[in-house]
Design a protein around this ligand. Sequence first.
Ligand SMILES: [Zn+2]
Length: 69
Amino acid sequence: MSALTEKQAVDIVCLKCGIKLTLGKTTLQYLGTTFPVELYKCSQCGLVYIPEELANGKMQQVEASMEDK
Ligand SMILES: [Zn+2]
């Protein structure tokens, strides 16, 4: 019963404000490193939506690139 959790990247609504999140550039911080990403965020309260799979994927990429150096 997880039909409602289907990924719909273009229709994410802020639970606080009830408005659609807009795609914009923001900065993530991980292990002291900041890197720019494009994520959905709420223009009203600033909430940033990071899909779990994206977070995991990005983090793995960052870790890999850091280990390379
Ligand atoms: Zn909001």
